[in-house]
Design a protein around this ligand. Structure first.
Ligand SMILES: Nc1ncnc2c1ncn2[C@@H]1O[C@H](COP(=O)(O)OP(=O)(O)OP(=O)(O)O)[C@@H](O)[C@H]1O
Length: 231
């Protein structure tokens, strides 16, 4: 579903990604692993059109995205849930959800029931300001807002960061549910190795802007994952 090939990205003169390739299949969770500052967020920003890459190619469902803007990437089916959530604090939960409509045709403007089935708390809090929600609720809102765009590729940047354990479990079950529906490819940037091991199907390790390992869970072990993270 997602094929990113040889992406290279710079901030000013500093090259952060060096020919990074990532493939994420429909109905699979691909975890992108690595220490702080290796370029995981930058990779998601390149794929979602939030930051330009200078070399490389991105395909979604076979369609080439040629240096897309964020809007073009969203239109093509790429949804990005950023680290830190970026919920609009002064807007209500419902208004936050409705921002997801921007890349959809008018007839598709509507919050599907499934969103509230996945995140019942958002129905209860529909009129509350986004900034008044807890961190875990904001994370659920950010994922829900991304799902409203009916993505083919869902990019999740550290969804468990700063979240209490019971909400982490809920987020994990949501990821598994979306995976099992088989309609989208999920890319999960995650520093929580236990969570990644539990919910991912494939692991891609990045070190200093290079992919150092790409492995299926079936050919890997939890101990191997921890070893690779410690390198
Ligand atoms: N807007 C920016 N301008 C300049 N440098 C940046 C910018 N954003 C990130 N960087 C640098 O690029 C490198 C990669 O950052 P990135 O956020 O992609 O890493 P990461 O692997 O996601 O890290 P973390 O796990 O801490 O979120 C870091 O050295 C960071 O300081």
């Amino acid at each position: 579903m997602l094929e990113a090939k040889d992406l290279s990205l710079k901030y000013g003169q500093s090259q952060i990604l060096h020919e990074v390739s990532l493939t994420a299949g429909q109905g699979e969770v691909t975890a992108v692993m690595g220490m702080n500052g290796v370029g995981k967020t930058s990779l998601l920003k390149a794929i979602s059109g939030r930051h330009g890459y200078f070399v490389g190619e991105i395909r979604v469902g076979g369609q080439v995205l040629n240096h897309p803007t964020a809007f073009e990437a969203a239109r093509a089916g790429v949804a990005y849930v950023p680290q830190g959530r970026e919920v609009f604090p002064m807007m209500s939960v419902m208004e936050n959800l409705e921002t997801g409509f921007a890349c959809l045709p008018r007839e598709a403007h509507g919050v599907p029931d499934e969103i509230f089935e996945l995140f019942p708390v958002l129905r209860e809090m529909a009129g509350r300001r986004g900034g008044d929600l807890s961190g875990g609720q904001q994370q659920q809102l950010a994922i829900a807002r991304a799902l409203i765009t009916r993505p083919k590729v869902l990019l999740l940047d550290e969804p468990t960061e700063g979240i209490q354990p019971n909400i982490i479990q809920q987020i994990g079950h949501t990821i598994r549910h979306l995976r099992d529906k088989g309609e989208m490819a999920i890319v999960l940037v995650e520093q929580n190795a236990d969570f990644a091991w539990r919910f991912a199907d494939r692991f891609v390790h990045i070190r200093r802007g290079h992919v150092t390992r790409s492995v299926e869970k079936t050919a890997y072990s939890n101990a191997g994952l921890l070893e690779d993270l410690a390198l």
